[in-house]
Design a protein around this ligand. Sequence first.
Ligand SMILES: NC(=O)c1ccc[n+]([C@@H]2O[C@H](COP(=O)([O-])OP(=O)(O)OC[C@H]3O[C@@H](n4cnc5c(N)ncnc54)[C@H](OP(=O)(O)O)[C@@H]3O)[C@@H](O)[C@H]2O)c1
Length: 392
Amino acid sequence: IIYQYSATLISNLCLQQNLSQNDLNIRTLISTGINIANAYYYDIIHHSVSVTLIYPFLAVNMGVVSRNWLYVKKFDGEPTDENFQLTEEELPALEDGEFLAQAEFLSVDPYMRPYMGRFPVGSLMIGGQVAKIVESKHAKFPVGAKVFGQFGWRTHTVCNPDKTQGDKPYLLPDFGTLPSSLALGILGMPGNTAYFGFLEICTPKEGETVVVSGAAGAVGSVVGQIAKLKGCQVIGIAGSDDKCQWLKTLGFDHAINYKTENVLEALKTAAPKGIDCYFDNVGGTITESVMRLMNLFGRISVCGTISNYNTGPTMVQDPQRDFVFKQLKMEGFIVSRWRDRWLEGILANLDWIKQGKLQYEETVTKGFDNMPKAFMDMLKGGNTGKAIVKVE
Ligand SMILES: NC(=O)c1ccc[n+]([C@@H]2O[C@H](COP(=O)([O-])OP(=O)(O)OC[C@H]3O[C@@H](n4cnc5c(N)ncnc54)[C@H](OP(=O)(O)O)[C@@H]3O)[C@@H](O)[C@H]2O)c1
């Protein structure tokens, strides 16, 4: 009874809204959810259909429900399950200029740990995602296209790209046969962080020695490979023997396990001529050791300080003396500095991948419900390459 009833109702609705039956799919159903619900309500009254029977339809068709992870308790030390809460939000019908995006892959990144401190509890967890446009009232964002957006930890998003503040959503460039999830890693923000943050700040020259910390992660693994492409000697520092092995397969000349080796001594062996460029992902005592071996006119690109995101700053020796006598240059950056050149970085990395000169790895956690777990695992070093979540 219910199905028959709904079929008649939906075809009436199609007529009302000038839609052909062919156009009607679940997305149309969802987008017109509010109208459908109203129509049901109207028909319930007029056909005296039992409310008990109809109520589940109202629940299903009222609109798209997004599942959202909220930040409900301030981080203090390592994040735990208590910091997050999964909630549901019913989304409004689209207005002109908007599209509805359904998340396919979500990113978990180190910056979420320090950045969430700026947001009040109850906020949506921040973050980028690759999503499919499932409904659209914006000509440049058609149904079926894949989009990258800073939509946060949510399954569905209603977005007006023209009114978005800060980083605007963009349609993915053509990756050929490569997976769209790479837009969260090597062909997205982390890849661009490596490309611009290393090339622009370290300005590497052929034959120089480059050290990368956090080397087996999303950013570090790309930095090391780009350094090899530029003809440098490359030393990676990472947190396990397996990761160090992997770095060797990527072409790194040396890899140091900072959890089992004395970093300073290992660096002295691996870099007998000293260090010209340092790409710093971690800060703290690892960085203190690298700084001791910097060469005259060395360049240091400060990308991140993940060693202290959970703990607060570490006490290390003051480095000013070396800065003066070795005439070092150290510069921090946020990758959005190169927002205007965003596509240049993506296309350069894409080209290197196609030529077989750049490799990537993804650590994929399955299920939107596991977002907090994926995030916590990544902060503890559970990922090799880019940590992402696949919505199922
Ligand atoms: N400035 C920017 O615009 C920008 C943009 C993107 C990323 N970043 C920064 O770049 C760094 C890397 O980011 P990512 O996205 O590529 O993350 P990632 O390296 O893929 O993942 C984080 C890694 O950090 C390492 N780690 C965790 N605790 C550590 C500690 N106490 N000491 C040393 N390493 C530790 C872990 O690897 P191990 O197993 O090796 O410990 C973990 O896998 C982060 O600091 C991030 O904040 C900055």
